[in-house]
Design a protein around this ligand. Structure first.
Ligand SMILES: [Zn+2]
Length: 514
C-alpha cells in the first residue's frame, strides 16, 4: 500500500494555553494530524522565538509578526461549559474554497477579534466566526473542544436515558438529535485542513498525501453481523410480502409468496449466504468482515454453533475471498471483559487465527463498561458505536479513532470504527420502516457525505438480508451501494483492512517524527 506525506520542511508548532484541558487538546490535535497524514508537528509551551506555522489554541490575543503565521483557535473553556452545551444550527461559508464545508455546525465558540477576510458568518446576527489576514487566521469556533465533546461521547455520559435494551439512542441526547445527522468532527477537521493549506500558501499541500490506499476517493467499509444462518423468519416473510404491494394486489402477493417458498428451498438460505456474499463482493473487488457469535449465553444470542458443517464451509468461503472474521459479542457480555475474553478465545481456536475485531450483538454498549471490557479482551478494534434505530454519526466522525479514557486522561489502545448505517434500521417496522426504493435516498445522502469529504462510511448488512432470491429490493439496495462506491473509485474494504491501513499510517508517521 502506498502512503505519502506532506513534504514540507516546516515544523508545525502547536501551543496550548489551558493546563486543565491539555491532554484532551493534545489528543484532538493528534487525531487531526493523523487523519491528514502530516508529519513534523511539535507541541511547544512558548512561541516567541519561533517562526513558521504556529497553531495557537488559547484565549489571549497573539499577534502575528514577520516570519510567523498564526492559526488562532479560540479556547471556549470546555470544563466550564460542557454539561449544558447547545449545537449551532449551522453557519454559512462565504468563501469558495475547495473542500470547505458549506454549512458548518459546532458546539463551542468564543469571541476573538475579527480580521479582514471573512470565511464563515452567522446568518442571524451577521457576526463573523472565521476570518483571516495575510499572516493569521482567527477561528471563533472552538474546533478542539467541539470535536472532543463528540468523540468522547459526552451526550451519553451526561444523560441516563436508555432504551429497553439499555442502549443510548439519538433521541436521548439533551441537545437534540440533529447533532448526529452530519459528521461534525469530520467537517471541523476539513476546516482545520483549509487553515493549514492557507498557512502553507501553496496548493501543493493538498496533493502530497493520501488518506486512502491507491489514491481512492473515500473508504466504504463493509461488515456483516451473523445473527442467523436461516434466512426466513415469520416477521421477515410478512415484511417482504408487504413490500411487494400489500393486500390490494392479490396477484403480486401470490407471485411473491411463490418466490418466498422458492427461496426457502434454496441451499444458500440455510447456510448463511456466505458463498453468495463473497461472490457478490468479489465483483466489486471488495471484501468484508463477518462478525460471528461463539457462544450462547442467553435466549437473545444466535443459535448456530461454530462446529456446524455449514459454518465451517462458510469460514472457508470468507477466508478464500480475503475477507475476515470478528467476534459478535453475546447479549450479556457488553460490560463483561471475562465473557468477551472467553468468547474471543473460542472463536480464535475455531478458526485457528487471531481475531482483531469486535461488534456487540444488538449494539449494546455501556460508556465505560464496554470500552474497558474491549480493552480487557485485547481487541484491536471495535465497531459497535452506531445507532440501532437510525442512521447517523454517534461519535461525530466517520473515521477510525482511539477512544479517550477520561479516567487515565489518555487514549485506549484499540480503534473505534464508528458504524454509520445498518440495514435493519432502514426497513424494520419498529425503525424507519422504509421501502427499498425510499431507503436509497437515505443511503445516498451518507455515501455523498463520505465522497465529498473523502473520508469513510462503515456499514453493517446482515447476511440474511442480502440474497436477491430472498429480499429482492434490499439485496439490490446493497448492490447499488457497492456499485455507486465502485464507480466513484472508493476503497471498498473490510473493517480489518481499514484497521491495518490506519495502524500502518500511524506507525509511519511515528517513524517520520523520530
Ligand atoms: Zn447481532
Amino acid at each position: 500500500m502506498d502512503l505519502q506525506f506532506i513534504t514540507s520542511t516546516n515544523v508545525i508548532y502547536i501551543n496550548i494555553d489551558s493546563q486543565q484541558f491539555l491532554s484532551e487538546a493534545k489528543y484532538i490535535f493528534q487525531f487531526f494530524f493523523t487523519v491528514l497524514g502530516i508529519k513534523k508537528i511539535q507541541i511547544v509551551s512558548q512561541v516567541e522565538s519561533l517562526s513558521g506555522i504556529i497553531v495557537y489554541y488559547g484565549r489571549e490575543h497573539r499577534s502575528a509578526s514577520r516570519g510567523k503565521f498564526i492559526i488562532h483557535i479560540a479556547d471556549a473553556d470546555y470544563y466550564k461549559k460542557y454539561d449544558s452545551p447547545q449545537v449551532s444550527s449551522g453557519i454559512k461559508c462565504t468563501k469558495s474554497m475547495q473542500n470547505l464545508p458549506i454549512n458548518l455546525k459546532y458546539i463551542f465558540s468564543k469571541k476573538l477579534a475579527g480580521l479582514k477576510d471573512v470565511w464563515y458568518k452567522e446568518e442571524k446576527n451577521k457576526s463573523s466566526l472565521v476570518t483571516s489576514s495575510e499572516n493569521a487566521i482567527h477561528c471563533n469556533i472552538d474546533i478542539v473542544s467541539s470535536s472532543f465533546y463528540l468523540l468522547n461521547l459526552e451526550n451519553e455520559r451526561l444523560c441516563d436515558g436508555r432504551d429497553n435494551l439499555d442502549r443510548f439512542q439519538k433521541s436521548h441526547a439533551k441537545m437534540g438529535n440533529a447533532v448526529y445527522e452530519n459528521p461534525i468532527v469530520d467537517q471541523l477537521l476539513l476546516l482545520f485542513d483549509a487553515f493549514l493549506k492557507r498557512a502553507h500558501g501553496s496548493v501543493n499541500h493538498t496533493h502530497l498525501y493520501s488518506i486512502w490506499p491507491q489514491n481512492c476517493t473515500f473508504a466504504l467499509a463493509l461488515s456483516h453481523d451473523v445473527d442467523r444462518l436461516r434466512t426466513w423468519t415469520y416477521s421477515k416473510a410478512k415484511r417482504v410480502l408487504k413490500e411487494s404491494g400489500g393486500n390490494k394486489e392479490f396477484d403480486r402477493l401470490l407471485k411473491k409468496s411463490v418466490e418466498v417458498f422458492y427461496s426457502i428451498s434454496l441451499k444458500n438460505n440455510w447456510s448463511g449466504n456466505f458463498a453468495y456474499i463473497t461472490q457478490l463482493e468479489k465483483r466489486y473487488r471488495a471484501n468484508s468482515t463477518f462478525f460471528f457469535a461463539s457462544k450462547r449465553r442467553s435466549l437473545q444470542d444466535p443459535k448456530y454453533k461454530l462446529g456446524w458443517k455449514r459454518i465451517r464451509s462458510g469460514f472457508g468461503k470468507i477466508i478464500q475471498n480475503n475477507s475476515q472474521i470478528g467476534l459478535h459479542g453475546t447479549f450479556l457480555s457488553f460490560k463483561n471483559g471475562d465473557f468477551l475474553n472467553e468468547e474471543k478465545t473460542i472463536l480464535e481456536k475455531s478458526i485457528n487465527t487471531n481475531i482483531k475485531g469486535f461488534r456487540q450483538h444488538y449494539l449494546r454498549f455501556d460508556i465505560q463498561g464496554t470500552f474497558d471490557a474491549i480493552a480487557h479482551a485485547r481487541f484491536k478494534y471495535d465497531s459497535t458505536l452506531g445507532f440501532s434505530d437510525d442512521l447517523g454519526y454517534r461519535c461525530g466522525t466517520s473515521l477510525p479513532y482511539f477512544p479517550f479514557n477520561p479516567r487515565e486522561k489518555n487514549a485506549y489502545s484499540f480503534l473505534e470504527i464508528p458504524l454509520i448505517l445498518m440495514d435493519t434500521v432502514l426497513f424494520l417496522e419498529s425503525k424507519l420502516n422504509l421501502s427499498s426504493v425510499k431507503a436509497w435516498e437515505f443511503v445516498e445522502k451518507h455515501l455523498k457525505l463520505a465522497h465529498e469529504s473523502g473520508f469513510c462510511l462503515t456499514i453493517n448488512w446482515h447476511n440474511n438480508n442480502i440474497n436477491t432470491a430472498d429480499v429482492f429490493g434490499y439485496a439490490k439496495l446493497y448492490e447499488k451501494i457497492l456499485e455507486w462506491a465502485f464507480e466513484k473509485n472508493a476503497w471498498i474494504c473490510s473493517l480489518d483492512d481499514l484497521y491495518d491501513w490506519w495502524i500502518q499510517k500511524i506507525e509511519l508517521l511515528r517513524m517520520e517524527e523520530n
